[in-house]
Write a protein of this length. Sequence first.
Length: 433
Amino acid sequence: MNRLENFLIDLKLKENLKQFLNSAIYFFDVNKCISAFKNLSEMQKSLTPKAKKIFQEEFPGIMLKLKWVAWSFLQSSELLELLEKHLLITKEFSLEVFHLPEVFRGYLIGIINYEDRDVLKLKIREALLSNHEVLDEKTPVKTIGDWLRNITAQVGQGVFDNLKENEYYIKDQNFIKLKLEDQEFLKNVISAYKYCWYSSQTREGLDDSITIEEDGKLKILEFGRITDVPALDKGDIEVLQYFIDQAEQSQGAMSAGRQAAATAKSQAYQNLQQRYQQILGQLLPNGAVATKGESHIPEVILDQLNNNLALKDTAAVIGNLENLIILKAVSQLIKSRNFIADFSIFVEAHVGQGFKDELNRLTPEVLGLFLQYLLSGKLKLSAEQSAVVGLHLARALGQSGQKDFMTFAYGDLKTGAFKWREVMGENGKLRFK
């Protein structure tokens, strides 16, 4: 009798198991959900008929939710199956922790080849259109796929008109009849469906966030939009002026001088994107980083990382780092016995002495220095190559909810190169210049 069988046939143990699993799901504990899903999937194979019947009757919903929480470790075929057959269950998740476009984007950045990303985006759209789960039996439009076809017929395919889309939500009688929670769920699905219409090779469809420097200030380029990094340049009007210039340019209202400046700025952004893709493609010529299906035990990944650094296996190192970020084990990374001594020497050489206590704190400055130490110092990448990898990892940090740590590398619009932000020591503290 395996351990799962003991839990299933004892009423109190079974309820305790459900409570534990539901708690892991509620708090979106990725580590626990991955471990639980893998262990339960394996143990249920050897259950007696009586215990298997209990498991099949009472645990399917829990297993699906465990799988959704662990989406970052799924194979693409598993993700597509969830989208086609088991999307409705995510209605139980809070939008604060489960925003479907972010799920897609987080998954896509693990695929380095941009053409492969576009193929998956097409498959995602097809899976959503094939979804036959019924949102509300009382409305004429019933399935998720039918709702997507309905709004597409009324608003348009591809690049939706936001004004028309909002009018649809306000005026469409079928949509209005839905419960508020069903409306919010459907908007989330529609938003994700729209996101997958943009090619990853276009500015609007770029999945990676890129930090850029413009006029000495840091900004984030994502979803085709440029926004300020609030902590660094509050009240900045340059980005707003850029969009004003773009609008006036499209309307033919700009002066010749301002139009030339706006065109040059737009070209500079495009050049940075192309250089980012080129450098990352050179470092990872075989496409996807191995972030899915790998170990979910931080200690194991840290040992793998040490070995892969010795082998100078760039793709494997990046995969290890992404896994640690997804598992929110970055603090363990910088304190690892494999690296702490050499990292201290690296900091002394690049910043100075007297910052030992600072290295025990996980800050953006410390993490930026640590990644430079790993990527340039041990992996022997050039400064620009390592900065591009730093940006790639910053995107994973943002996706995992660690957005405070996204600003240690950037693209310089003036030079067209990618750089690390310089770190200086002041009063025993490390801070960015």
